[in-house]
Ligand binder design. Structure first.
Ligand code: ADP
Ligand code: GN1
Ligand code: MG
Length: 357
């Protein structure tokens, strides 16, 4: 079956190997090797429950490819490989949608940042991506998923999940819900600030977790998982990247004692990121940078919680409590960030001064 899909893209090639690959939570990903070719490929079954308009994400990919190639490309993105008859995606007889991209040669992902250089490289790479996209018009890049990082929308989804209590898990997570409810007010300020137009809408990545970045040796070389690229604000990318890059443990670590917000990684990432984006920042845009990691960790935390309450219908899970384990890690990270809030503000200020000098 997978071989038939490959034929749509490479009719004359013979498959040498095709294996499930990576740790994505949304699409189904395979690494593909063809006989007689050094170049390898990534074949993905697109999750069309999540991405309702796959053609538009393919168009975004092609627009980005063109734009970044014209921007002295420091960081790569994978090439979208069309089908043999020239379509950017293949839809099979069952209606499943498939995408082929080039495998970034000799690359690997990191799940947990263990060294300062990894965080610095990640900051520079995502910062470069933001800067390179800053000349694009956000109006040409609608969100792939509406209100993807809108806090009030995500809170609404959580409230619905609580009200329906579809699979009877509510009683077991009342304390976790209370933890998130206590913090709603403070974080809502950021959304109001955005709605008042105080900070610009840009073209951003919208899913900058650390395993959406590829390393080769000690260099970050490619930004991947471009499905969510579209309108958003820099806080989304800076915050979501730190949620994972400055977590001392895995996103689903069961031993919460191992989960801390890693200030060394935070500092290195911040220097790398702000060093890149400083020239494009507008007057008010720096105001809430320090809250961005907490905002994004909160948003993803309540999305895991809502999915747990809904019976695990959105994220891929490996066992029954997987989503709640992920959620508890986000809560622990938020507590740890709160302890470091003043230091985070100072480090951001210092990084901004450093690059301004
Ligand atoms: P998902 O949306 O499910 O997260 P991704 O596009 O992030 O899917 O792909 C899942 C994983 O596959 C990535 O974390 C990475 O390990 C690997 N991967 C994806 N695209 C490439 C690529 N072009 N080159 C090398 N590895 C890739
Ligand atoms: C999903 O696709 P992936 O695994 O890189 C999700 C992100 C979440 C992340 C949490 C389209 O990212 O928003 O932050 O899981 N992507 C989508 O790990 O929902
Ligand atoms: Mg991914």
């Amino acid at each position: 079956m997978l071989h038939d899909i490959v034929k749509q893209f490479f009719p004359d090639a013979t498959v040498a190997s095709i294996e499930p690959y990576g740790n994505g939570h949304i699409n189904t990903t395979y690494k593909l090797a063809l006989e007689g070719r050094h170049q390898q490929y990534i074949l993905q079954h697109i999750n069309t429950q999540v991405f309702r308009d796959p053609q538009s994400i393919a168009e975004t990919h092609l627009k980005l490819q063109e734009h970044l190639a014209a921007n002295g490309q420091m960081i790569e993105i994978a090439d979208l490989i069309p089908t043999a008859d020239g379509h950017p995606l293949h839809t099979d007889k069952e209606g499943a949608v498939w995408r082929m991209t080039s495998f970034i040669t000799d690359s690997h992902t990191i799940e947990v940042v263990e060294k300062g250089w990894q965080a610095l490289e990640a900051g520079k790479a995502f910062g470069w991506f933001a800067k390179a996209c800053s000349s694009l018009d956000a109006a040409d890049f609608p969100e792939a998923i509406k209100d993807f990082h809108r806090l009030s929308f995500r809170i609404g989804q959580l409230n619905e999940a609580i009200a329906h209590n579809k699979v009877g898990r509510y009683d077991g997570v009342k304390d976790v819900i209370a933890f998130f409810k206590e913090r709603e007010g403070q974080l809502s300020q950021v959304e109001a600030f955005v709605d008042q137009g105080q900070i610009p809408l840009r073209v951003v990545h919208n899913d900058t977790k650390i395993n959406n970045l590829l390393f080769r040796g000690e260099k970050a070389v490619a930004v991947i998982d471009l499905d969510t690229v579209g309108q958003g604000i820099l806080y989304f990318d800076y915050g979501d990247a730190l949620r994972t890059s400055a977590n001392t443990a895995e996103e689903d670590e069961k031993d919460l004692d191992k989960v801390q917000f890693n200030m060394e990684a935070f500092t290195a990432f911040t220097k790398g990121y702000l060093g890149m984006v400083r020239p494009i920042l507008s007057e008010h845009e720096t105001t809430y940078f320090y809250l961005a990691p907490k905002l994004m960790t909160y948003i993803i935390g309540i999305r895991f919680l809502a999915d747990y309450l809904n019976g695990d219908v959105y994220y891929k899970t490996k066992y029954i409590r997987h989503n709640i384990d992920r959620c508890l890690v986000q809560a622990k990270l938020i507590e740890s960030m709160e302890q470091h809030e003043e230091a985070m503000k100072e480090i951001i200020q210092d990084a901004l001064m450093e690059v301004a000098e």
